[in-house]
Design a protein around this ligand. Structure first.
Ligand code: C2E
Ligand code: CA
Ligand code: CA
Ligand code: CA
Length: 281
């Protein structure tokens, strides 16, 4: 990668930015976006593969950038993680998602049983005030702790420090559930799962994608399904795109799925309409 990126500065001159300056400017822009209300959430349901009933909804952040249009998380989450902007961003996501999901519970009584899944970055999990922030947001929005699922990446659960472990157990005490996201990609020492209050494994979509024609992907997926059963954890397959994949997953004992075959991520009001169609619940 280039050490310097030349950008057109004011008055038609070229100015030279170091990558550090560029990072700082982009960080400032992102923090401003959070405060300025430029972020929004899309929601993707997860279903019970037997009957396609919606069991959960995952909040996925987008950035409605004033010049660049709608940005997907791939365009800004890594930077946010690097600079720490993910902390205020993630707190905004949790608050907004709980607010929206609390509204669904009152507007669509049949949706009261579904879970709300929110992604937490490693930095958020390492934050000493995390439990207080979660407690505060639940109190403020009225969303019940026992319907909230926090999705953690495999890296953080692989080697949690004692304080992180305490925080996860404290969240669990509140009734909040913990999921391991992208499961299978981090070469997790599966042993760690025994120490952690995890109730959900999200099988990474790379395995789902290979389930039909790659025997190794099939074997990993089946192993994760078996692990879930042995540990009393639910398994949600990510990125289910074809009926054949869904059939294979069911046959290996994976009961839940999320993917374009069922529902794409969509704005909150579209999901309200979807949830209102009661046959989906
Ligand atoms: P993820 O948590 O694994 O979320 C699932 C991603 O897979 C989403 O991408 C979703 O749109 C996509 N997806 C769902 N079904 C299918 C399918 O059938 N096929 C394919 N090919 N893709 C599917 P998205 O929304 O671009 O999010 C990407 C990642 O960004 C997320 O991956 C998550 O790691 C991160 N992310 C999103 N929102 C947040 C957030 O609020 N906080 C944090 N820390 N990370 C977030
Ligand atoms: Ca996730
Ligand atoms: Ca995932
Ligand atoms: Ca992923």
């Amino acid at each position: 990668t280039a050490m310097y990126a030349a950008k057109r500065g004011g008055r038609g001159r070229y100015r030279v930015y170091t990558p550090e300056l560029d990072t700082r400017a982009r960080d400032a822009e992102l923090r401003h976006a959070v405060a300025d209300g430029q972020l929004l959430l899309h929601y993707q349901p997860a279903v019970d593969l037997r009957g396609d009933v919606i069991v959960a909804v995952e909040a996925l952040v987008r950035w409605n950038h004033p010049e660049r249009g709608l940005l997907m998380p791939g365009a800004f989450i890594d930077l946010a993680e690097e600079t720490g902007a993910i902390v205020p961003l993630g707190e905004w996501v949790l608050r907004e998602a709980c607010r929206q999901a609390a509204r669904w519970r009152t507007e669509v009584p049949a949706a009261a049983g579904i879970y709300l899944n929110v992604n937490l970055s490693p930095l958020q999990v390492k934050q000493s005030g995390l439990v207080e922030i979660v407690t505060g947001i639940l109190a403020e929005t009225g969303f019940p702790a026992d319907r909230l699922v926090l999705e953690l990446t495999e890296r953080i659960v692989l080697e949690p420090d004692e304080a992180t472990l305490d925080r996860l157990h404290a969240l669990c005490e509140l009734g909040v559930r913990i999921a391991v996201d992208d499961f299978g990609t981090g070469h997790a020492a599966i042993n760690y799962l025994r120490r952690l209050p995890v109730s959900l494994l999200k099988l990474d979509r790379s395995y789902v994608a290979g389930i039909d024609d790659d025997p190794r992907a099939y074997a990993v997926a089946a192993a994760v399904a078996g692990l879930g059963a042995a540990f009393g954890m639910h398994v949600v397959a990510e990125g289910v795109e074809t009926p054949a994949q869904a059939g294979r997953l069911l046959e290996m004992g994976c009961r839940y799925g999320q993917g374009y075959l069922y529902h794409r991520p969509q704005p909150g009001d579209e999901l309200t309409a979807l949830l209102t169609r009661a046959e989906l619940l």
